[in-house]
Design a protein around this ligand. Structure first.
Ligand SMILES: CC(C)(COP(=O)(O)OP(=O)(O)OC[C@H]1O[C@@H](n2cnc3c(N)ncnc32)[C@H](O)[C@@H]1OP(=O)(O)O)[C@@H](O)C(=O)NCCC(=O)NCCS
Length: 337
């Protein structure tokens, strides 16, 4: 059977830095409230003319360069996002021509904050089956254009930011499963009965109205995300712990064998509780939330790229990732870089 390996990564965040102080000028919030509850100090927001696929393009070009491949080698494009350029078609279709690619499958993954690990799992399975050989997986989000940035939406608006991260995943030969660079496992989960604990209701055919979106929906603010923060928080800690432990058991590796933990970045407190619960030394966890907020599907590949730059992620590093998000969905992966 074939195996897959991450051979390159890249990221891009918009230049515009939005600090907590900036937010406190447009909504009733404070720097201290945001930092104490979430660890976030600033995030990036795009300019009006920039779309999600524009951010993705830059991250992808970097990842292709970093992988040292020619883009013509890419035989499948996967795009994880919940904030696409348009309602349809999927965002991979908008990105593909920008990358100068054609004909190859362009597939969207819609698993929110777990989207990147779901994408890794899909890429790994495609490669293991022999169907594709070199897959470009990107996670990108433009949240700033889709949130209620008034006081009404402050519980959500302070948490999310814009950004993109991409990886090239390629077929590899694994000589030694304990030592060779490859994706060792992915585990995916969901619990749809909690779908409305963090969701965007409109536009949608489930609203009981003739139109997927109308003025009444807009007046009610149904186009904005809504969240039960406490429920999301409690479930994130529990589910990320569970799926991480399962990943370690599956690979017969101990927690102390993992060199680097690259978790989703929803809230610094979630990751600190995870560390406390599992007794992970904080220096083994690579956090980026302070600078970027929650960039949903882009978070983990942004973390990968920054960890490489920081010298914390190198050839041979054993990494564990876990994510939790809307759906509820959650996922984990263990991989050797
Ligand atoms: C959102 C979150 C930070 C809120 O923290 P919390 O401790 O649960 O805070 P609460 O919801 O109890 O709100 C406390 C108070 O702060 C207020 N508040 C909410 N957002 C605020 C903001 N940005 N600034 C100031 N006050 C705010 C609330 O209105 C509430 O006021 P009240 O007590 O007068 O009603 C936290 O629940 C969280 O991080 N949840 C998980 C979110 C997440 O991970 N989402 C993405 C998953 S992928």
């Amino acid at each position: 059977m074939y195996n897959s390996e991450i051979i390159g990564c890249g990221m891009y965040v918009p230049e515009r830095v939005v600090t907590n102080h900036d937010l406190s000028k447009i909504m009733d919030t404070t720097h201290d409230w945001i930092v104490q509850r979430s660890g976030i100090e600033e995030r990036r927001w795009v300019s009006p003319e920039t779309s999600t696929s524009d951010l993705a393009l830059i991250a992808c070009e970097q990842a292709i360069k970093n992988a040292g491949i020619d883009k013509s080698e890419i035989d499948c494009l996967l795009f994880a996002t919940i904030s696409p350029d348009h309602d349809f078609p999927g965002n991979a279709c908008f990105l593909q021509p920008k990358l100068g690619l054609t004909d190859i499958p362009a597939i969207d993954v819609r698993q929110q904050c777990s989207g990147f690990i779901y994408g890794m799992s899909i890429a790994d399975a495609f490669i293991k089956s022999g169907q594709y050989k070199t897959i470009l997986l990107v996670g990108a989000e433009v949240h700033s254009k889709g949130m209620d940035i008034s006081t009404k939406g402050r519980d959500v608006a302070v948490l999310f930011g814009d950004g993109a991260g991409a990886v090239v995943i390629r077929r590899t030969e694994v000589k030694d499963h304990a030592k060779s660079s490859h994706i060792m496992s992915t585990h995916l989960f969901s619990e749809g009965s909690n779908a409305k604990a963090l969701w965007g209701a409109a536009p949608g055919s489930g609203l009981g109205t003739v139109d997927r979106i109308n003025n009444l929906h807009l007046e009610e603010g149904l186009q904005y995300p809504s969240m039960n923060g406490k429920k999301v928080f409690a479930n994130a800690v529990r589910r990320m712990c569970e799926c991480l432990m399962l990943a370690l058991e599956t690979n017969k590796v101990k927690l102390e064998d993992i060199d680097l933990f690259l978790f989703h970045q929803a809230n610094l407190r979630i990751n600190q509780m995870l560390a406390q619960e599992l007794k992970i030394p904080e220096e083994k966890i690579f956090n980026t939330i302070m600078k970027y907020g929650n960039t949903t599907a882009a978070t983990i590949p942004i973390g990968m790229t920054e960890a490489v730059k920081a010298g914390k992620l190198k050839k041979g590093t054993l990494v564990a990732s876990a994510a939790f998000g809307s759906g509820f969905t959650w996922a984990s992966s263990v991989y050797r870089w």
